[in-house]
Design a protein around this ligand. Structure first.
Ligand SMILES: [Zn+2]
Length: 119
């Protein structure tokens, strides 16, 4: 499945009744996943500079992905996270019983991803 973050872009951050509203995408794949088509750096740059998102989580698959995708994904999230401007969460898409098609999106707020199961 191909994800295009531009389709989900919203160009304004809003404050409603004193509460900030943030826009982002919590489920997007890079080409580190077998079904992703966008380089992870291009994905982050598009999210920040074109879509003007407030946050994103690249959730590449734990199976059938590049061998070092988890390491790269954590490094890129830490690199593109800009405190006070842009939040790059760490996460991945866990596959439970592939024959039954079970997927679970997993997120962490820590910068090393150690509070989630490493695929
Ligand atoms: Zn997915």
């Amino acid at each position: 499945m191909r994800y295009n973050i531009v389709l989900f872009s919203i160009f304004l951050s809003l404050t409603v009744y004193g509460q900030n509203i943030y826009f982002g995408d919590l489920h997007v794949h890079s080409d580190l996943s077998f079904d992703g088509h966008v380089n992870i750096d291009t994905l982050y740059n598009n999210a920040i500079n074109i879509a003007k998102l407030d946050f994103i989580c690249v959730t590449d698959h734990d199976l059938n992905s590049a061998n070092n995708s988890w390491i790269i994904s954590k490094q890129k999230a830490n690199f593109y996270n800009i405190p006070g401007i842009f939040v790059a969460l760490i996460g991945y898409e866990y596959t439970h019983l592939p024959s039954q098609g079970g997927h679970l999106i997993t997120y962490t707020y820590k910068d090393n991803g150690n509070n989630v199961c490493v695929p």
